[in-house]
Design a protein around this ligand. Sequence first.
Ligand SMILES: [Zn+2]
Length: 255
Amino acid sequence: MRPYRIFTILFLFSLLVIDYAYFMWGASLWWLAVSITIYVSAVVLGTIFIRWNFFLPSLNKSSHKNVVALTFDDGPAGQTAAILDILKAEGVPAAFFSIGRHAAAHPDLVKRWDAEGHLVGNHSYGHSFHFDWKSAKAMSREIEQTNDTIRSIIGKKPKTFRPPYGVTNPNLARAVKRTGMVSIGWSLRTFDTAAKDPKELLERILLKVEGGDIILLHDSMPVTTEILTALIKAVRQKGYTFARVDKMLDIDAYA
Ligand SMILES: [Zn+2]
């Protein structure tokens, strides 16, 4: 059972106990406020932190201690071609979680992803800010639309899905289950989308990186391209090799 279900059952049970204590022994109703606050906080944090697996199971890290996986979200985008050039020069396989409408606009880059040995994953169709307010049905439609777009370009239907913004909720859990996708999270969030200083970004990643990590990057960010070669070299110097996330997790990339 998912933590969300267990937590909800415990919460409802606590309401019963507090009610009972109030009527039987005149217990303070402050306990009600405490219980509600804890529940709401847990749900909000569970929504934000994909690694909690609060609403749906996501694969966030590998148990293989000598490998790490690079994953790039939001492409095809402005930096995709440059990042592909670097990955090719360094001989590193990666994963690209694609926004469906971007894939439709740049099929040539989607073809390159596949032809150069990278995994092509699903990252919703629109990646709208309102994605997480949609119904399970609407989310499923977006996931399928992206799968159809990618299949029409490379002839393979993705099986891996990365939730936009890493936000999860019960509707998304239903949509992922219905569409038969496997949710891929991360263990190292680089915050490259907010990075101002490339040196700082590189140092932050190298300070945190450890074996089995799934590293979240974006092929929309020039700063990511700027540090990529140095990042690859430094991670190798630490003794890790790069693996494609599906190989590292031992799952199927395509349906
Ligand atoms: Zn994204």
